[in-house]
Ligand binder design. Structure first.
Ligand SMILES: Cc1ncc(COP(=O)(O)O)c(C=O)c1O
Length: 369
């Protein structure tokens, strides 16, 4: 069996450091925020090349608070994409605002900047691009349009720790960037976690207040806030993993370039990141005809795969009130039918790679039968 994700392999290697970090938190008694979380915030801000990092309890909370701190509220519209995890849309709705979807680019699979201006109305307050699978959206035109129309830009960087766009880090280009540290992410906690990064001091101050009940000092509440604080344990774990994030990212990129080299059959379209983007391959997805059939064949060969994502958000039952229909976002819908994610992690072995590519080569020609 080749699992789609192998966190056990990652944790086996760093287990003594994790054990020591957990013991430190237990001994310190700082279970919510505290020194470990502050130390992590400092390191992660530096890693993202931003002035501030505010650690929270999930990527969804990060998006919610970044939007609130950016002034998004009831009646506002936020331009985003539907090819993402539902949390992007949910966070907009939590603010009382409305997501307005634009389609994604056929080659990069991220927000198509050419479609943004047509979607802007008098109610539009922000643009929320998603750096899908670890590849950043085309940020220059997005920011240029936003500045011209006086809109905020919030980056959903939940899948893109350390990704770069023309030399700039994910989270550092918009007004704020939002990360998830869900265990399977490129930087994963031992439970839930997230962070907002920003170089805007006032925005960061508001996020920090909102995550902790809007308290300026104990029992002095200046904003109606939330309990979105990060646990001390997660801060300590993430501090340990920060020592490895670059090595793991290089490992993922090496696996991806090996897939690129070996998957040469025409029926599989591989990701094609522009050369001045640093893709961090949270997901290595290919496009393939008769995807469900290919996925079944790979599973029969003992290979775990995923689909990110099989039903775009605008076609999910939970969001039918938004009144989008099949056909509204043709590229997104086509990709949802064709995406297939292959196993990728820093510890992936060459023999496993050979097995996946061989099984894929067998599954693909059989499609013609
Ligand atoms: C693109 C994207 N946005 C937001 C989230 C939400 O993050 P979390 O699960 O930490 O709340 C995720 C997590 O899967 C995600 O992939």
């Amino acid at each position: 069996m080749i699992p789609f994700l192998d966190l056990k392999a990652q944790h086996r290697r760093i287990r003594p450091k994790l054990d020591a970090a957990l013991a430190r938190v237990i001994d310190s008694g700082q279970f919510v925020l505290g020194q470990e979380v502050s130390a992590f915030e400092e390191r992660f801000a530096a890693y993202c090349d931003t002035k501030h990092c505010i650690a929270v309890n999930s990527g969804t909370s990060a998006l919610h608070l970044a939007l609130l701190a950016a002034g998004i509220g009831p009646g506002d519209e936020v331009i985003t994409v539907s090819m993402t995890f539902v949390a992007t849309t949910a966070a907009i709705l939590y603010c009382g605002a409305k997501p307005i979807y634009v389609d994604v680019d056929r080659d990069t699979w991220t927000m198509d900047p050419k479609l943004i201006e047509k979607a802007i109305t008098s109610k539009t307050k922000a643009i929320l691009p998603v750096h899908l699978h670890g590849l950043m959206a085309d940020m220059d035109p997005i920011v240029e349009i936003a500045r011209r129309h006086k809109l905020m830009v919030i980056e959903d960087a939940a899948q893109s720790h350390g990704a770069e766009y023309k030399g700039r880090r994910a989270g550092s280009i918009g007004d704020a960037g939002c990360f998830s540290f869900y265990p399977g992410k490129n930087l994963g906690a031992l439970g839930e976690g997230g962070a907002v990064v920003s170089s805007n001091r006032e925005l960061a101050r508001r996020v920090a207040l909102l995550r902790d009940w809007g308290q300026e000092s104990k029992y002095h509440h200046v904003l109606a806030g939330y309990n979105y604080r990060m646990d001390g344990v997660q801060g300590a774990v993430l501090n340990v993993k920060m020592d490895y994030i670059e090595e793991w990212t290089k490992g993922r990129r090496a696996v991806a370039s090996e897939y690129d080299r070996l998957i040469t059959f025409e029926q599989c379209k591989r990701p094609a990141p522009p050369s001045d983007f640093r893709h961090v391959y949270h997901v290595y997805a290919i496009e393939v005809d008769r995807r469900d059939h290919v996925q079944k064949m790979l599973h029969a060969a003992g290979i775990g795969t995923g689909i990110h994502y099989p039903i775009p958000v605008h076609l999910q039952k939970a969001y039918s009130d938004l009144r989008y229909c099949q056909g509204d976002l043709p590229v997104t819908e086509e990709l949802a039918d064709r995406f297939l994610s292959l196993p990728i992690y820093a510890e992936f072995q060459p023999a496993q790679m050979a097995q996946v590519v061989e099984a894929l080569a067998e599954a693909v020609p059989s499609m013609a039968i």
